[in-house]
Every structure is written in C-alpha cells, then in structure tokens.
Design a protein around this ligand. Structure first.
Ligand code: HEM
Length: 488
C-alpha cells in the first residue's frame, strides 16, 4: 500500500514538473517570437522532409535552393536560418565582420554537452587561449617532422598490412581507424591501442560516433524545445547521448591519466602543452574531445571521398602515379618532397571542393546586419555558409563545376591557390582550420602510399554517395572496395 502511495506521489510529481517545464518553454518560445511553424513552400518541404522525394541528401536540396536563388542566399523561416553560397557573404562573416558572427550561444548549447568548452564550441577568452596554444605548437618545424613520422609509421605498420591481407574492405571504416590512431598519437603522444583503458577503445569510438550524430540531429530540429525537454526528462535520443558522452569522458580521463603517468613537462605533444597550463581536468577533457573530432572524422571523410572519386576516374589515378614516378621515383622520405607533387595536391583539393568533409558551417549574427548581397540578417539569426553547394556553383567554378578535374587548380603545371572564401573547406579568415597543413600532409601521404601499392576497385562504382546526418560528411553505407596489389 505504502509502495502504491509512493508511486502515485512520484507520478504526480513527474507530471507536474513536466507540465511546468513545457509551459515555461512554450511561453518562452512565444515571448521570443521564435517562428517554429511556417507554411511557405521551402519550410513545408523541410518540416515534412518532402525534399527526400527528389534528393538523396539534404545538402543536395540546399544546393538546389541556392542555385535557384538570384543572390545565392535563402532563408529557412522555421529554422531562423539564413543559408548562403555567396563568396562575398562568406568573407564578410568570416573576416570583415567576424565579431558580429560568432559561434554564438545557440550553437554552444547544441554541442555543449558533447564538446563543452573545447575550441570548436567557444568564443571569447576560452577560444583565444586554445587557439594561441595550438597555433604555437602546430607552427613548429619539429611538430611538422613529428607528424610526418607518425603518419608514415601508421601507414607502414597498420594501414598497409591490413590492405595487403584483406581483399574486400570498407575503406571508410579503415580510414576512420587510421585517422583516429594518427590524431591520438600526434595530439596526445599516445598510441591508443596500447593504453590501459577502463573501457574498450571500441566503446569510445562507437560513443564518439553516436554523440557526433545525435548532437548534429539537435541542430536539425525546428525548435530546440524538443531536445531540451527530452534532455530534461532523460529520454530517447537524449538519454543515448548522455550515456555516450559518459563513456567518452571515462576514456578521455584515461588519456589524461596516462599522460600524467608518463610525464608531460618535457613532452611536445598538444595535450602535454595544455596540461602544463590547465589544471582543470574537465576542461582538459573538452580540449581532448575537440581535437579528436577535428582531426579524425574530417581526415577520414576526405580520404573516403578522394578514393571514391579517384576509383571512378582512372585518368586522374594515372596522372597522380605518373607525376609521383617522375618527381619521387624512390620512397617518400620527407614532408618537403610532397610539396613537389602539384597534381596530387590539386586532386586532393578538387575532391574536397566536390565533397567537403564539413559540408556546411554556421555562425550566429549578434546585431542586425546586411550581407554584401543585400540580404538583411536580424540579430539572433543563424547564418550558414555551405561549401558543398559552393562547389557546385557555375559562376564560381564554370559550367564544368560538377566534374572532377584536378587541373582546374593548376596553371603551367603548378598548383594555384583559389580565393579561400570561394572554397571554404577549411573555413577561412580569422578562425581558419588550425590543422590544415597537417591534414593536407596526411591526405597526400596516404593517397600516394596506397595508390602506388594497390588498385582500388569499388564494389558499387556507379553509386553516388548517400550521407548520414552528422557533424562531418560520412558515407551512409561505408565505401566497400576490392583491394588488389599492383604488380611491380
Ligand atoms: C581534411 C581535413 C580537415 C578539414 C576539411 C578541416 C576543416 C575545418 C573547418 C571547416 C573548421 C572550422 C570549424 C568551425 O569553426 O565550425 C576547422 C577548424 C579546426 N580544425 Fe580542421 N579540418 C581538417 C583537419 C584538421 C586536423 C587534422 C586538425 C588537427 C589538429 C584540425 C584542427 C582544427 C581546429 C583546432 C579547429 C578549430 C579552429 C578554431 O576554432 O579556431 N583540423 N577545421
């Protein structure tokens, strides 16, 4: 009987807290005049996911909308989101009026549980501090040499043996493992496969993927009320997200503990540097997570698209190999040799132009503003620039914009940089990617090493990529391929 009364009381308490919570949220939504419903064609197509009828990927629908907009900018009312593929607008947001387009509080709230105060998720002093520390470390000549050593070691000891021993494999999965090991060694000076961890490393990786996917799904909701209520009640996707983040924290703490055990004052890796100035373990965990996210999924995504495109374009593959044969006939020995491979560099850029690892990126407008194309942006609006759509705009790349043509990046046999605001795959301006050089070195070293030793034949060569929702572009069904050793 007592148990029954106790249960009834708990139920009542639960229902009344839920009701008050919902009331507060809906009142707030009304007071803040957030438009969570709109009957215009674009908003209805988004809200009812009707875009799926015609397009395989959300990014393809956005590209279609942006192509049809005279100034290459559209506004999705239900998301209070202005989306642009106009390079002048991108430069304005990322450079000219950088201070008026921060990451902003709504973005930090969406990713806050996962990324905390990590560099990806903050503005102001937390951002300045991490940016300064990481810039110092990444700019060092010894860091570049060390990262080349790490990448080569991983290629020779893990990637090559695996490719040689398996005939059919999922390249995306392979590249994710590879880039995770590289970034862990590089950023934390640790080989993740040799650590004593409280939970299996596979749990960490699976939780990382899940947390990234569920956090990105929060951003797709037309109103934050839904996920906030679910988080308050700890139900559904929010319950899974909380669990995944719990697992990530346990293992990230292990990374920090191991680093402390092995000593950090004399070490040159990124984590050791941060540990000598940061005493707060939670902040260190946030830093670890942001760098893992930065260096793992992006590189794996870029490699997956690159091998998909190259396998579909044997002429490009032949040109890469011919250049390598001429410039570096023997083994690749140093990072500097890579600089001579202009065609390979162009092929890597060209694949990211068409398939940027981060397909779109958002900021929040602080005060009312007018973009260079004349679009008025009200303070509080989310403003997104869309590298995936920008790679498909004829006025930027010409009528052959949909073709994979590395030579478009070359003049007289030499790679020529484009205006970064036309192709912001590494972002551009004041918050440009800190790992750009490291990433390009990693991509080119893997591309060269793999293509020289193996032929990659796709399982389904004519299948265009279908992406799953996430912070980084991921092929929904992986990239299955047959690997054949080249006859030397
Ligand atoms: C192909 C690979 C990569 C691509 C396409 C890429 C792209 C990007 C983009 C678009 C951003 C801006 C994100 C935002 O602020 O919303 C960014 C930021 C960043 N990236 Fe990369 N990235 C890559 C690899 C790496 C690697 C290997 C590292 C490793 C150190 C790294 C470190 C960072 C950091 C620390 C930031 C934050 C910069 C800041 O907020 O000031 N990235 N990257």
């Amino acid at each position: 009987m007592e148990l029954l009364q106790y249960c009834n009381a708990s139920c009542l308490l639960f229902i009344s807290s839920l009701t008050s919570f919902l009331l507060i949220f809906f009142t707030l939504a009304i007071v803040m005049r957030k438009r969570v419903w709109c009957s215009c064609e674009i908003c209805e197509t988004y809200s009812e996911s009707q875009w799926r009828i015609q397009f395989q990927n959300l990014c393809d629908w956005y590209t279609h909308l942006l192509k049809n907009s005279p100034n290459r900018t559209v506004h999705i009312h239900v998301l209070n989101n202005t989306i642009t593929a106009n390079p002048d607008n991108v430069e304005y947001m990322l450079k000219t009026r950088f201070d008026n387009f921060p990451k902003g509080k709504p973005f930090s709230a969406i990713l806050g549980d996962f990324l905390g105060r990590g560099i990806f998720n903050v503005d102001g002093t937390f951002w300045t501090f991490q940016r300064k520390m990481a810039t110092l470390e990444l700019a060092r000549v010894s860091t570049r040499a060390y990262s080349f050593h790490v990448v080569n070691l991983e290629i020779q000891q893990r990637l090559m043996p695996l490719m040689a021993s398996t005939q059919i494999l999922d390249l995306q999965d392979l590249f994710r493992k590879f880039s995770f090991d590289c970034i862990s060694r590089f950023c934390f000076g640790l080989d993740p496969t040799r650590l004593e961890l409280s939970l299996p490393l596979s749990d960490f990786v699976a939780s990382f993927d899940l947390a990234s996917k569920l956090s990105a799904e929060r951003a797709l909701a037309t109103s934050p009320v839904v996920w906030k209520v679910k988080r308050f009640l700890n139900i559904g996707s929010e319950r899974r997200l909380r669990r995944a983040i719990g697992t990530i924290h346990v293992i990230a703490r292990d990374f920090i503990r191991e680093r402390r055990k092995l000593g950090f004052s004399e070490r040159q890796d990124l984590l050791s540097r941060f540990m000598s100035s940061v005493g707060d373990d939670k902040f260190l965990i946030d830093i670890v997570i942001s760098f893992l996210l930065a260096g793992r999924d992006t590189v794996a995504s870029a490699l997956t698209s690159f091998f998909w495109l190259v396998a579909c374009h044997p002429d490009v593959e032949a040109a890469i190999l011919a250049e390598a044969e001429e410039v570096i006939p023997a083994e690749l020995r140093s990072c500097d040799q890579l600089r001579e491979l202009h065609y390979l560099h162009a092929a890597v850029y060209e694949s990211m132009r068409l398939y940027p690892p981060i397909q779109f990126d958002s900021k929040f407008c602080l005060e009312d503003d007018v973009l260079p194309d004349g679009s008025f942006v009200k303070g509080g609006t989310r403003v997104t620039f869309h590298p995936y759509a920008m790679g498909r705009m004829e006025e930027i790349w010409g009528s052959d914009c949909l073709e994979f043509k590395p030579q478009r990046w070359m003049r007289d046999g030499v790679f020529v940089h484009e205006n970064p605001f036309k192709c912001p795959i590494f972002q551009a301006g004041i918050r440009v990617c800190l790992g750009k050089e490291l990433a390009l070195m990693e991509l080119k070293t893997v591309a060269l090493s793999v293509l020289r030793r193996f032929r990659v034949e796709l399982d389904q060569p004519d299948q265009p990529p279908c992406f799953s929702p996430g912070l980084t572009a991921t092929f929904k069904d992986g990239l299955r391929a047959r690997i054949r050793a080249r006859l030397i």
